[in-house]
Design a protein around this ligand. Structure first.
Ligand code: DAH
Length: 351
């Protein structure tokens, strides 16, 4: 006969269900950071844990079954403790920035690192060479007016460079055009700064040209301008030699050939000894041993006067460098179109 007030014991079935449920929860618990580890401790190992509740219910189990159930609960407690210890040790030994435990046995994913476009790299190099001898970078707009691109630079009205074939004009406004050279920025510099003035103007220019392996409708130039009292052609030549040897190596030779530009007088084009064949003659230098890399000259007094600089007091030189041409020579690239095609097989070679 049952004693009066004897509570009905928790059945073996209830107990088994709870033990299995908790065992499954322990097995599936995700422990990836210290917050989750603490959550695990509270749920399975603290005084108020589900296991402790289970233990406190043992007295309600029929006496003959208590020992076996007690044993099972204790085994489960041990399992929870072991799981906790393993995760704690793993978290403590893994140093992470985010607080997340990392698996160092995972295959490494290598990040893809970008690189400068070869034209940008050469442009930076050219700028640095001039900055090292006191030139300062100045900027100007790509959408320009006739004055800064042509008139102030002494281009006569009928000069062929103003022809529609060379220049992109804006149909609705004939005075607005895309600059065909960065010489426009030297005008802006002279209009806004007083001599002595020593500036470089890097940037993109546009020409209404047929696109071929050697010419494009947009490319990059860097203009250098030095205006002061008594600036001589000899000074310009020395600067050009310094530039060529910094850029292409100490053994590089230069030669100046007479030329014509409306904004310089006298004008010259500069060649360097061919880097590809070492001067012996090849396709790039057309078997002459020399390659043209820039135009230069003494600033025409008309240009100084247009920019309100006293041409009796001041003289100066200007240099115009084609960046794509320089890059093609430096990296032995034979087609200018490659620079703007965004073909990764080409660009990846400059990482
Ligand atoms: N502006 C010329 C061009 O685009 C290049 C040039 C030649 C610039 C001679 C100069 C120079 O400053 O002196 O063809």
């Amino acid at each position: 006969m049952q004693k009066c007030g004897y509570k009905r014991g928790i059945s073996q079935l209830d107990f088994m269900t709870n033990i299995e449920k908790i065992a499954a929860e322990i097995g599936q618990f995700q422990v990836e950071n210290s917050d989750q580890l603490e959550q695990f401790r509270l749920q399975f190992l603290s005084k108020k844990s589900e296991l402790q509740t289970l233990l406190s219910q043992i007295k309600e189990v029929a006496p003959e079954e208590r020992k076996a159930f007690g044993q099972q609960v204790n085994e489960l407690k041990q399992k929870a403790q072991d799981t906790f210890d393993i995760h704690k040790e793993r978290l403590e030994s893994s140093v992470t920035f985010s607080g997340r435990a990392e698996d160092y046995s995972r295959p490494v994913s290598i990040p893809v690192v970008g690189a400068l476009h070869p034209v940008s790299a050469v442009m930076n190099e050219v700028c640095t060479i001039f900055e090292n001898i006191g030139f300062e970078i100045v900027d100007g707009p790509e959408i320009e007016d006739d004055w800064h691109v042509f008139s102030a630079l002494n281009f006569a009205e009928e000069h062929p460079a103003r022809d529609m074939q060379d220049t992109f004009f804006i149909e609705l406004h004939p005075d607005v055009l895309l600059r065909t050279h960065t010489s426009s920025v030297q005008v802006r510099a002279m209009e806004t700064q007083k001599p002595p003035l020593r500036v470089i103007c890097p940037g993109r220019v546009y020409r209404n040209e047929v696109i071929t392996a050697r010419s494009h409708c947009f490319f990059h130039q860097m203009e250098a301008l030095y205006i002061a009292e008594n600036v001589s052609f000899a000074e310009m030549k020395q600067t050009l030699l310094y530039f060529a040897q910094e850029m292409f190596g100490a053994e590089t030779q230069i030669r100046l050939r007479p030329s014509y530009f409306p904004f310089t007088e006298p004008s010259a084009e500069m060649d360097i000894s061919c880097k590809i064949c070492g001067g012996k003659g090849c396709n790039v230098c057309k078997h002459t041993g020399w390659v043209e890399i820039l135009g230069c000259g003494m600033v025409d007094p008309n240009v100084l006067n247009s920019c309100c600089i006293d041409s009796k007091k001041y003289t100066g030189y200007a240099i115009g460098i084609g960046i794509e041409r320089m890059t093609m020579l430096k990296y032995k690239i034979n087609d200018i179109r490659l620079f703007s095609e965004n073909d990764m097989r080409f660009l990846e070679q400059f990482r």
